[in-house]
Design a protein around this ligand. Structure first.
Ligand code: ZN
Length: 176
């Protein structure tokens, strides 16, 4: 059986804008994708995973409800986010960029609207690390990585590690 695998820094898929999903016509595709993404997220011990990280340029991300306060939600399809609050700095990493952890400044509050796995619309107010995780995953749908949000100096300091990741993972893929 062929499984989707994690895409790593260097993969073009991580740099593309993702398209919206149609929950009425793409049900089977969405279901398999979510199952694959959950498998990758838990195998890798992540807080969240966006569809492009598992090789699909579609607007869907999942967050780990065991680690974040998400009021019972974990699947976010065609999400829309509105950010507010003050900018806070905290450490971030990304499963697609192994070994790099950096402080990133982001707004402290998020109003997130999305569809769940059954295609039902819902809204959530997120704070703390859940707000940060949602913004990080939403960025993935726009082809943005957290390292893009670092200062030029920090970017320069991680340049070597980034090229190591490119070399290590070559095609940007590793089968789990
Ligand atoms: Zn990420």
């Amino acid at each position: 059986m062929l499984f989707r695998s994690l895409e790593y820094y260097g993969s073009e898929i991580l740099r593309k804008q993702s398209r919206e999903l149609d929950c009425s016509t793409e049900q089977d595709f969405i279901e398999t994708l979510i199952n694959d993404m959950i498998r990758i997220l838990y195998t890798e011990n992540g807080l969240g995973l966006a569809a492009p990280q598992s090789g699909e340029n579609v607007r869907l991300f999942i967050l780990n409800p065991e680690e974040l306060d998400l009021s019972g939600h974990s699947v976010f399809i065609n999400p829309q986010i509105e950010v507010s609050g003050t900018f806070l700095k905290d450490e971030e990493g990304c499963l697609s960029i192994p070994g790099i952890f950096e402080l990133v400044k982001r707004p402290s509050h998020v109003n997130l609207t999305a569809l769940d796995q059954a295609g039902r619309s819902f809204s959530l107010e997120l704070d703390d690390y859940a707000a940060r995780a949602a913004q990080h995953e939403y960025d993935h749908l726009e082809g943005i990585l957290f390292i893009d949000r670092l200062s030029p100096i920090r970017k320069r300091l991680i340049r070597k590690r980034l090229s190591e990741i490119k070399e290590e993972y070559g095609s940007g893929k590793r089968i789990l």
